[in-house]
Structures are given as structure tokens and as C-alpha cells.
Design a protein around this ligand. Structure first.
Ligand SMILES: [Ca+2]
Length: 302
């Protein structure tokens, strides 16, 4: 892990998507954070030690999904499937496939394995799976403020974790998607799916994969940031965007914030391999492009 000092930084961005606005000053205490996302090998040790059964390995409960066809109420997860040509980018069902039998050991569905992917980030984990791992490891999931502070690597206000240039001197700095999502992947970064952690350069804090590769769960419930930036005299300290689960109308599960973007983020669709970028993901969602990493906070002084 890497130890980060306490600090104040500008959280959010006014230059991209509405859910990142406004820029506001936020402070966090010092903490330790994993150098890279939790890998398949690390997650396997957790499962061996605890016999944890992940969310994706359990059949959904019919009461939670009253509209689902009974044959879909089997263990499974969402797997990305590249389209054969341009599709309506407003409908994610065009590239997400519900794959019975997909889970962290079978990231592309039945028949696939994690052989050779031990150093890739674990995927197909729900927020609860990530929290269970963190507890087992004696760690915690980061707040969104902690995650973003870490991702910025000391470059306050920069668009990317490495600066403001998308590809400085032509160098690929993260595993994202080059070309036209969701059908044309130019592979300028060499990887179509996930990549081994630490493949691309670290940020200023020595942290790897804070952009791209996989989205990472945080422990914050998803809401829009407070409007109106707080005055710099009183930057809120490690604010939780919301302390209580706000379950959207018509949904069964709350949303948590995911950060960092993934290998599926392309400029034409989702320019979210940036520290300010954020999305809300329902806690029961597992996919081939979401993972996590952990933090350790100093013991609270009494
Ligand atoms: Ca890529």
C-alpha cells in the first residue's frame, strides 16, 4: 500500500459531465491505499480463506426482480460483447449481455477462465463482495473523496491522473478504448479487455490503474454533488456524498459511486478515465469491467 498525507484538493470538474460539477474544495485525512486494484490472485486467497460466495454466483431472488423472466433467475453476470458495427449508444443493452455462469472465475462466461489473468483486476464483484474482501483484509473501501484525492496524485485540478494531455507525447497512460465505441477497438494500448495491474505508468503518488482498466467501487452512495462550492476556508472533511442509501424510485437497490473508468471508456462514448469522473452503480450490479481497491485509515484517536 501507499501512505498518503492529509490534504485539501479541488474535487470534481466543470469541463466534462454534469454529475462531476461543481468543483469544490474538500479535505481528507491521511490514509493508506492499495497500490493497484485487487487482483484475481488476491481475491482467490480471500475466497479460499473464507469460502465467500460472490453475488454473481448466487441465483437472484425473485422478489428482488419481479419483472425478470424465471429462466434468468440463475447465477450470472454482465459481460461486454463488442458489436459488429455502430449502434445506438443510448441503449447499453446493445453491448451488455446477461451471461449465466459468468463470475470472477469465468469473466467471459462459462468456459472462460482466469488462467493467465492472475495479475488482472478481479471483476464481476458486487459492492458487497468488495466490502467483504476489505473486512477480511482488515481494510475498508475508500470514500469517493479519498479515492479521487489519491487518483489525482498531487496534480490538483488536472483533467487526467497524469496531467492535462490525453496521451502525452503519444504515450498511452491507461487501459481505455481507442476508436469508436462499441465496435471498433484500435488497441493502441494493446489490451482489449482488462490488463495486468501496473502495466501503465503510476500517478504522482505511485498508484497504478487509477484510470481505466476497471471501474472501482467506493463506499459512497451516489447523489449529485452539492450545488455551490464551499468556501475554501471551510472545506468539508472527507464528506460522504450521502450517508444514507437513497434507493431511486422504481428500483430495489441503492447506487454507490464507482470511479476511474474502464477499458470500455472511449472519448466518443464515455470520457471517464479521469479522476473527477463518477457514475452511480446499483450495489447488485456485477460486470466484466468493475473491480475495487482498499484503504486503511489510521485508528481513530479517542
Ligand atoms: Ca484498451
Amino acid at each position: 500500500m501507499v501512505e498518503l498525507p492529509a490534504g485539501t484538493f479541488r474535487m470534481g470538474s466543470d469541463r466534462f459531465y454534469p454529475e462531476e460539477q461543481p468543483v469544490r474544495e474538500v479535505s481528507v485525512g491521511g490514509f493508506w491505499i492499495d497500490r493497484h486494484p485487487v487482483t484475481v490472485a488476491e481475491f482467490r486467497r480471500f475466497v479460499k480463506a473464507t469460502e465467500h460466495v460472490t453475488w454473481a454466483e448466487q441465483a437472484p431472488v425473485a422478489d428482488d426482480y419481479p419483472d425478470a423472466e424465471p429462466e434468468l433467475l440463475v447465477p450470472g453476470s454482465l459481460v461486454f460483447l463488442k458489436t459488429s458495427g455502430p449502434v445506438d449508444l443510448n441503449d447499453h443493452r446493445n453491448w451488455w449481455r446477461w451471461a449465466p455462469g459468468a463470475d470472477w472465475r469465468h469473466p467471459d462466461g462459462p468456459g472462460s477462465t482466469v488462467g493467465g489473468r492472475e495479475r488482472h483486476p478481479v471483476t464481476h464483484v458486487s459492492h458487497g463482495d468488495a466490502a467483504a474482501y476489505a473486512e477480511w483484509a482488515g481494510k475498508s473501501l475508500p470514500t469517493e473523496a479519498e479515492w479521487e484525492y489519491a487518483a489525482r496524485g498531487g496534480l490538483d485540478g488536472a483533467d487526467f491522473t497524469w496531467g492535462d494531455e490525453p496521451t502525452p507525447k503519444g504515450r498511452m497512460m491507461a487501459n481505455t478504448w481507442q476508436g469508436e465505441f462499441s465496435w471498433q477497438n484500435l488497441l493502441l494500448d494493446r489490451y482489449e479487455g482488462t490488463s495486468p495491474v501496473e502495466t501503465y505508468p503510476p500517478n504522482g503518488y505511485g498508484l497504478y490503474d487509477m484510470a481505466g482498466n476497471v471501474w472501482e467501487w467506493t463506499d459512497d452512495y451516489f447523489t449529485l454533488p452539492p450545488s455551490g462550492a464551499a468556501p475554501s476556508c471551510c472545506a468539508p472533511h472527507n464528506p460522504r456524498e450521502s450517508q444514507s442509501p437513497a434507493v431511486p424510485a422504481g428500483e430495489r437497490f441503492a447506487r454507490r459511486v464507482i470511479k476511474g473508468g474502464s477499458h470500455l471508456c472511449a472519448p466518443n462514448y464515455c470520457l471517464r478515465y479521469r479522476p473527477a469522473a463518477r457514475q452511480g452503480e446499483t450495489v447488485d450490479t456485477t460486470t466484466s469491467h468493475i473491480g475495487f481497491r482498499c484503504v486503511v485509515r489510521p485508528a481513530a484517536r479517542s
